[in-house]
Design a protein around this ligand. Structure first.
Ligand SMILES: Nc1ncnc2c1ncn2[C@@H]1O[C@H](COP(=O)(O)OP(=O)(O)OP(=O)(O)O)[C@@H](O)[C@H]1O
Length: 240
């Protein structure tokens, strides 16, 4: 389990996260969604140990973050693709796999490359990959070590609809052995998550399964839930 307790984080005078507490459970896909700039990536960077948080604590499997030993248990896909452009797709996968102390079998690499539909392009230099191909390669790198924890920041941006559905099916298969946290802006993807965390106003405004949240707000989609949250805020502000 990933546990965030009373996390606060500011950049200068701008408070991004305030007193955020949440448990992210194993064997589920948890979706972190919210308007641009609400702090989704900041939250993920805090739990990856890439940003220092100001207050509170984060633990993964009862180990306080940051901790180097946790790193090879986590598959992380950032929003930007930290790939080596002078290496081929295959060489990138091998490099990152070795970096985390693993030696993935040819079979594992092949099945991951097939999953992201890059098997035919594995010998091409990454500098010649399209944006979507780079995204898919980053996803392959996050998955290669079959990590216990998968943290994916907008993993399907630039990926075509059919492959996207395929990837979601695979993620649901993989969740039986892992804990997953995924950020997305795409509302039909949010509906594919088992649990949602809706970020707003420096914290998690609503959590629950997509269905529970829709029922609670009498909404037909998650966009409407955000609209209703806005309306409630407006009503509260005007009645005070
Ligand atoms: N290193 C930094 N220094 C200063 N401000 C930062 C830094 N990183 C993020 N911010 C600010 O923190 C806020 C939250 O950014 P963050 O990237 O976490 O949002 P997000 O919800 O992931 O957005 P998006 O959905 O657009 O990716 C933004 O206002 C951003 O400008």
């Amino acid at each position: 389990m990933i546990k965030l307790s009373n996390i606060s984080k500011s950049f200068g005078k701008q408070t991004i996260l305030q007193d955020v507490s949440v448990d992210i459970h194993a064997n589920k896909i948890t979706g972190l969604i919210g308007p641009s700039g609400t702090g989704k990536t900041t939250l993920i960077k805090c739990l990856m140990g890439m940003e220092r948080y100001d207050n509170g604590f984060i633990s993964i499997n009862n180990v306080t973050v940051p901790n180097r030993k946790l790193l090879n248990k986590i598959g992380y896909m950032a929003q930007s693709d930290p790939l080596y452009h002078d290496l081929t797709g295959l060489e990138n996968i091998q490099f990152f796999s070795h970096m985390y102390g693993m030696k993935s079998s040819k079979q594992t690499i092949k099945s991951i490359l097939n999953l992201v539909q890059l098997e035919q392009h594995k010998k091409k230099l990454v500098q010649h990959y399209s944006g979507g191909m780079k995204r898919r390669l980053s996803l392959a790198i996050a998955l290669i070590n079959q990590p216990d924890y998968l943290i994916l920041d907008e993993p399907t941006v630039g990926i075509d609809p059919v492959l996207k559905l395929n990837i979601w099916d695979q993620l649901h298969d993989l969740k039986k052995d892992s804990t997953m946290l995924i950020t997305t802006h795409i509302m039909d993807e949010a509906m594919r998550c088992d649990q949602l965390l809706l970020m707003k106003n420096k914290g998690i405004a609503v959590s629950g399964s997509p269905q529970e949240i829709l029922e609670k707000f009498g909404a037909s989609d998650i966009d409407q839930v955000f609209l209703k949250l806005e309306e409630r805020e407006h009503e509260n502000a005007t009645s005070n």
